[in-house]
Design a protein around this ligand. Sequence first.
Ligand code: DC
Length: 224
Amino acid sequence: MKSRLVVALDGPAGAGKGTVCRGVAARCGLLYLDTGAIYRAVALSSLEHGVEKDNVEALAEIARTMPFEFRLDGNGAWKAWLGERDVSQSLREEDVGQRASQVSALQPVRAALLEFQRGYGAGVDVVLDGRDVGTVVFPDADLKIFLTASLEERANRRVRELHQRGEPANLTRIREDMAQRDARDAGRKHAPLLPADDAIVVDTSSMTPEQAVDSVVQLVEEKR
Ligand code: DC
């Protein structure tokens, strides 16, 4: 029996991981897991409950027990739920992203979220995006991709995304926040943001979203 196909796609914030994974999942018939959303859910929950960013025990407890799940909505899109609330929008807030980067540096939090990621969609072909999917979560993934882009381009994309949503955006501030988050994610002791030795690096700086999806679809097809 052929085992399931696991595609691990890691990279920094704003490289286009979500867009690429959604496109690849739809075209190749894979289930998509946005692992960053799980760290963001821990962050959101901790902010809402007034848990300090260095209270390791309380943060790990949230990671172990939070009622987090993905559910399909009526339009066939996956939404993130915490208990009886659709938190998909709240998870994207800037302060939640910063807090997620902080809590994700804590080993007990990472350990608590590992099984959820490994067990997700058991038996089904999957694509997962994050920071350590190819290095820690699925070191034996069939295909590992490290998706990246220049800091300038990633910050510009974020500004465009916020403008499209009608939200204010300050490029300098966003660029600084991203650089800070990159440095924290890459410099942490546990599961730092790093391409796996056998990862294929795809730089999307000068690619359109469609070109980025096409290039990864091609890599997936070569593996099948
Ligand atoms: O991909 P994202 O921006 O939604 O991730 C939010 C934060 O979560 C990111 O700063 C680092 C952390 N993260 C992680 O440590 N490991 C993952 N597999 C995914 C995200």
